[in-house]
Design a protein. Structure first.
Length: 470
């Protein structure tokens, strides 16, 4: 398997998180407009043009969708002019809705303008000031069109205000609340407070933007570190000196695999495919249960590779990465060991493997039939004690090989003791083989070296599987 074939865990398409905050700002603005329009209408006799207000809300909904569509494919900086234009149009639409939702008779609605001003920080650091000036201008235009008193309060604006009132359809000075009259200074102070509020929001938005940029830079560093870490463990899995596959526990899809795993695959690459399509297990249910569960070891699992069968041991260990659950499947080839054990199990000889400390390391099935109390890592001196023989009688000495005859119960066995050296160590392994023999072939009984007591309490003798040759 080539490194280029590795399937890296797909990362989500990069979009600047500020675009999502812009979406959220305008969505919050829409809800604030609904609140600032419906509540005054319910608690008072405020006259509202619902048709025009609904058209304005539909326009804001279109702007919200446009932010999502325009900002999704690329970074925010690549399309900032378009986003700025949408933001400006949105503020103008908010002013249009305010004009039809009571205007100056609904001053609480003016707080809605603060949301787009604060949200403009996600475009650039100077945008909140631009949007604050624009919002003040929009509110001033609506105020001049609706309140003739303001035109008289500021000399020279009478004709301008009258023209705006004609254009916007706000002729006359009829109050939304019948019988309500406010002096021109009330409207002037209202607009002044509104302007101060928006400028304060712009300053606060700049501070908020500084904090956001700092956090955003930390996120970029963390993202880069995560990508490097992902590349590291992917390369680590590929370079493993044994067959290993990283599996998505939910989909059973192979994320990446080591180069050694190609020995158990029918195709050149396994990435992107299902585990059981890439590796043909004879009984995949046990492996799938380990992947879906808490992991573990499948001690014997046959794998089909072409027209061959391989005996393997499968280890499954779970890993957690970026909120996802993975399973590291390690395959150990046990074909040679399995075939050797199978050959020894069907042979007519009982065989034991003992280390230099006298511990029993391994044995075959005929040995289990002959010595029913065999157990790995047990003391062979107690298990194989012979009268008149030293405790470690199976050591062949300098010759490395020795034969003797031992009587176990009613049968006589030719025992072959062999020593196998361990590379780089002074210690050796001892292989003891028991071959059943007929007494006729043995001849004189004096050839029997020792006898193993059948009634020894430490052993349970069984001769049911050993047949002496005729």
């Amino acid at each position: 398997m080539n490194i280029g074939d590795t399937q890296i865990i797909p990362a989500p398409t990069w979009t600047d998180p500020r675009i999502h905050l812009l979406d959220d700002t305008w969505l919050l603005t829409i809800f604030a407009i609904l609140l600032g329009t419906v509540v005054p209408w319910l608690v008072s006799s405020l006259d509202i043009n619902f048709v025009a207000a609904c058209l304005g809300l539909l326009a804001l909904g279109g702007i919200h969708i446009s932010f999502t569509v325009v900002g999704k494919p690329a970074r925010i900086g690549e399309r900032r002019p378009v986003l700025t234009l949408l933001h400006i149009v949105g503020i103008v639409v908010v002013g249009f809705i305010w004009m039809n939702a009571g205007g100056l008779q609904n001053p609480a609605f003016l707080i809605v303008f603060a949301l787009p001003v604060v949200g403009a920080i996600f475009l650039s650091r100077w945008q909140p000031y631009l949007m604050a000036v624009l919002a003040i201008a929009v509110a001033g235009v609506v105020a001049l069109a609706q309140a003739p008193e303001l035109r008289w309060y500021v000399p020279g604006l009478n004709e301008v205000g009258a023209s705006l009132a004609t254009i916007l359809g706000q002729q006359g000075s009829a109050s939304t609340f019948p019988g309500f009259y406010a002096p021109s200074t009330y409207y002037a102070v209202l607009l002044q407070v509104f302007a101060i509020l928006l400028l304060a929001c712009a300053v606060a938005a700049e501070y908020l933007g500084t904090i956001f940029e700092r956090l955003h830079s930390h996120v970029d560093v963390a993202r880069a570190e995560a990508e490097r870490g992902q590349e590291f463990w992917t390369t680590l899995i590929e370079a493993m000196p044994f067959p290993a596959l990283l599996i998505d526990s939910d989909t059973l899809q192979v994320v990446c695999a080591s180069t050694q795993a190609a020995r158990f695959q029918d195709r050149e690459t396994a990435s992107g495919r299902s585990l059981f399509e890439a590796v043909r297990f004879s009984y995949p249910e046990m492996v799938q249960e380990a992947i879906a569960g808490s992991g573990g070891v499948v001690p014997l699992s046959m794998i089909k590779v072409g027209d061959r069968l391989r005996a393997t041991e499968v280890q499954v260990r779970h890993l957690a990465q970026t909120g996802r659950r993975f399973a590291l499947v390690v395959i150990h080839d046990k074909t040679e060991e399995f075939t050797a054990h199978a050959a020894l199990d069907v042979s007519g000889q009982a065989m034991l493997v003992i280390d230099s400390q006298g511990r029993l390391l391994s044995f075959n099935k005929p040995a289990q039939a002959l010595f029913a109390a065999l157990d790995k890592d047990s003391d062979a001196s107690n298990m194989l004690s012979l009268g008149g023989m030293p405790p470690r009688w199976w050591e062949p000495g300098l010759t490395g090989r020795r034969k003797m005859h031992i009587e176990i119960g009613p049968r006589v066995y030719q025992v072959t003791c062999s020593a196998s050296p361990l590379p780089g160590e002074d210690e050796r392994l001892y292989i003891v083989a028991f071959l059943p023999m007929g007494r006729a072939a043995l001849g004189d009984r004096s050839d029997i070296t020792a006898a193993h007591l059948a009634d020894a309490p430490k052993n349970s003798i069984s001769n049911s599987t050993l047949v002496s040759p005729p």
